[in-house]
Structure formats: structure tokens, C-alpha cells
Design a protein around this ligand. Structure first.
Ligand SMILES: Nc1ncnc2c1ncn2[C@@H]1O[C@H](COP(=O)(O)OP(=O)(O)O)[C@@H](O)[C@H]1O
Ligand SMILES: [Mg+2]
Length: 389
């Protein structure tokens, strides 16, 4: 099994390392009923994901008393988190569906870290995923040398999770061909896997308590390979929505951009006002209407929170390396069109209309940052069309 990396310099730490202290404190709190094979109780798992609201929770570890506040990691519907955890506690597999960038992968990673202490058992679903990647394959050198033995067997992440009694994540499950997806049906209902090549009692692998599957699916991919109803019945479905509240999304994007900048050793100054402008523009385009009540044509591109974070980060890097080390509305305006103009050529027209009807008006009414943003976004859009605005 893959072991979790320690806090050595790597590009991105998994949740169980990043929040290792919080997890250790929660584990030390003891607490109520932990389902078999779980590292934490359902209540503690929810606290780990939705935070303790600033409250410092007491724990005793190695005879020493300590207190820890748990940070909020998923911003959104807390009931969704509770339902997801309860379903898993009842041994039902979980399918998180939603638009891209709504934190489905993040949620499944956090659930893996909290429930099993690892988020690293992952199958990434693609059109090329094969049954072997879901079950097991063979090390051909060993297979030829000694025949089909447990040593020659190369376990899949699902096999590993069954052996360890832990969660396994199946990313983008609907991208796989339906017959490949259906390999999960018997694993989920029987909680076992047969290995016909092995002799005698090694022929069946029984899952240990704690084993379960969390799958994610993007709504935009669903039509590609529809799921069989046999498989659908094995999952609890939860739909994850984009963050609706402006202040919540601003806080999240602000924190994420600052975290990414710190990681990139480019600590540009990021003002909340500029982040609010960026998130407002994203929410206008995502929802198709503005707080002033103007309707906007939604672009085909995904205007997700994750995309807002990446525009904020790119614009801040621009400010750090080429500007005066402070994110401005001008930087945001320059980077926004690149995020919108991806999926469809009609989006150019939609963005042009948005700039003409909404940001031009804001620029007139409140000058300052919106005027700066409007000017640079219009110029950047012109460059996309190959002509100056
Ligand atoms: N509701 C949310 N709560 C916390 N982070 C979010 C939320 N929505 C989006 N994000 C941000 O977007 C990033 C990418 O989300 P991800 O889990 O990859 O989305 P998905 O798998 O749905 O496409 C997250 O790591 C986080 O920074
Ligand atoms: Mg994802």
C-alpha cells in the first residue's frame, strides 16, 4: 500500500498530512461510537470538514491536555456533509455529482482522510480505464517465474482498500465505459472480489470493515457514459452545488489564493475588495443575473469557484512578477477573459455583452476598481479577437 508522504517539500500535500494535527487531536478526543474500521466518529468527521466555528475543543494526548480549533474546509451545505457521512456509516457507497469545480474531489479527499486516515486510494476514471485497474493485474515477470501467486498479483487501489478496510475514491466514474463501471456492482453488493487465478482459499478477497467507495461524477460528463441502474442502486447520490453566498465565496477564494501564493514563494498583497470584484464577476456569469437585476447570458465555460481561485492566483502572480507586488483590478481584468473563452466561440459575444451591459455601468457609477477592471477586461477581450478593443 502507498504510504502517506511526510511534510517534506512536495507540490501538494494530501489532506491527512496538511491537516495532520487536527486529525490527531480529533482522534485523541476519543468520543462516541466509531463505526467498525473508522478512525473517527461520524460527528467528528463532520466537524473535521465543516469546522468547529472557532470553538477550541479539548483533547488529551500522551497524558498532555491540549485545545484545538478545527478549520472549515468545505463551504456549503453542512447537511449534505452529514448525510454523506451517515450513508457511508451505513455501508452505502457515495456518489457526489455536480458541475466541475464544486469541491467534489475535495470532499471525497477530506472524507478519506477523516474516516480512513488516507485519501490516497484513488482510481481516476477515464475513457481508457480498464477492469484491471478496478480489480487487479499481474507483474508479468513474477507471473512467468512462479505462476499466479499473491506475490505476482498487483493490487488496484480498490483491492488495497478492501484489504485495509479503508475508503477508496473513484474519480469521474461516469467517464468510464458502462461495462467497466459495472465491475463495481459485485464489489459493492457482495463486498468481496474473486480472483479465479489463485488457488483454494486465496480465491476470494473479503473486504474488511471500513471499506467503502466514494465516487465523483461531473454533470457535464454524465451523458457520455450513462450509469447502469444496477450500479446506481448501490450508491447514495448527493448533488454538490456551487457556493451561493458572496461573502463565503470571497473568503474561500481569498484564503486559497493566499495559500497558493505562499506555496509559490510569491506573497503578493491581495486585498479583499479586489477578490470581491473577481467573485462578483464570476457569480454574475455563473448565475446569469447580477445583484442589480440585469440578466446576463451564461457562457458555456464553467465559472466555478475553483476557476475563480485560479484566475485570482494567476492575476496575483502577474502582479508579483511584473507589477508592483499588489493585486489590482487591472490584473484581474486581464486574466478573466482567458477563463471564460475556452469552450465555445459564442462565449466571446457573451462576455462582450456582459462587459457592455454590466461592468461599463458599474465603471460609470462607482469609478475606481470597476472602471479599472472594465478597461483591462475589454482590452484583453479585444486581443482574443485579434483586434484592439
Ligand atoms: N464549496 C467549496 N468549499 C471549499 N472549497 C471549494 C468549494 N468549491 C470550490 N472549492 C475550491 O475548488 C477547488 C477544486 O475543487 P474540486 O474538488 O477539484 O472540484 P470538483 O471535483 O467538483 O471538480 C477546491 O480545492 C477548493 O479550493
Ligand atoms: Mg474533481
Amino acid at each position: 500500500m502507498t504510504t502517506a508522504p511526510t511534510a517534506a517539500p512536495i507540490l501538494r500535500q494530501p489532506a491527512e498530512v496538511l491537516y495532520g494535527e487536527e486529525l490527531a487531536a480529533l482522534t485523541a478526543m476519543g468520543d462516541d461510537a466509531r463505526p467498525a474500521g473508522w478512525h473517527l466518529s461520524p460527528r467528528q468527521v463532520v466537524t473535521f470538514i465543516t469546522g468547529s466555528d472557532g470553538e477550541k475543543l479539548a483533547f488529551t494526548k500522551d497524558g498532555k491536555k491540549g485545545k484545538v480549533a478545527i478549520s472549515r474546509k468545505y463551504h456549503g451545505d453542512d447537511r449534505l456533509v452529514e448525510r454523506s457521512v451517515i450513508g457511508l456509516a451505513g455501508n452505502r457507497a457515495l456518489l457526489l455529482v455536480g458541475e466541475p469545480g464544486t469541491a467534489k474531489s475535495l470532499l471525497s479527499e477530506l472524507l478519506g482522510a477523516a474516516i480512513s486516515g488516507t485519501s490516497l486510494n484513488v482510481v481516476q476514471g477515464t475513457a481508457a480505464t480498464t477492469e484491471d485497474q478496478i480489480r487487479y493485474s499481474w507483474n508479468y515477470a513474477l507471473l512467468l517465474a512462479e505462476g499466479p501467486t499473491p506475490r505476482a498479483l498487483v493490487p488496484s487501489p480498490i483491492y488495497t482498500a478492501m484489504t485495509a478496510g479503508s475508503l477508496v475514491r473513484f474519480e469521474e466514474v461516469t467517464r468510464c465505459a458502462p461495462e467497466v463501471q459495472d465491475t463495481l456492482v459485485s464489489i459493492l453488493s457482495e463486498k468481496m472480489m474473486t480472483i479465479p487465478e489463485l488457488p483454494g482459499d486465496q480465491r476470494v478477497l473479503f473486504a474488511k470493515p471500513g471499506f467503502n467507495v466514494i465516487a465523483t461524477a461531473n454533470l457535464r460528463d454524465r451523458g457520455v457514459h450513462e450509469m447502469s441502474s444496477a450500479l446506481k442502486r448501490r450508491f447514495n447520490f448527493e448533488t454538490v452545488h456551487p457556493i451561493a453566498n458572496l461573502a463565503d465565496e470571497v473568503e474561500l477564494v481569498h484564503n486559497e489564493v493566499e495559500r497558493l501564493l505562499a506555496g509559490a514563494a510569491a506573497p503578493a498583497k491581495v486585498n479583499r475588495d479586489i477578490v470581491e470584484l473577481l467573485v462578483t464577476a464570476f457569480q454574475d456569469l455563473r448565475t446569469g443575473s447580477t445583484p442589480e437585476g440585469i440578466s446576463v447570458e451564461k457562457p458555456a465555460a464553467v465559472m466555478s469557484t475553483a476557476e475563480a481561485v485560479s484566475v485570482g492566483f494567476a492575476a496575483s502572480l502577474d502582479a508579483w512578477y511584473y507589477g508592483d507586488k499588489k493585486l489590482t483590478a487591472d490584473d484581474v481584468g486581464r486574466h478573466l477573459p482567458g477563463a471564460v473563452l475556452k469552450d465555445s466561440s459564442d462565449d466571446i459575444q457573451k462576455l462582450r455583452q456582459y462587459l457592455g451591459a454590466v461592468t461599463a455601468r458599474r465603471a460609470k457609477e462607482c469609478a475606481g476598481t470597476w472602471a479599472e477592471f472594465h478597461k483591462s477586461a475589454t482590452a484583453a477581450l479585444g486581443r482574443f479577437q485579434g483586434k484592439p478593443a
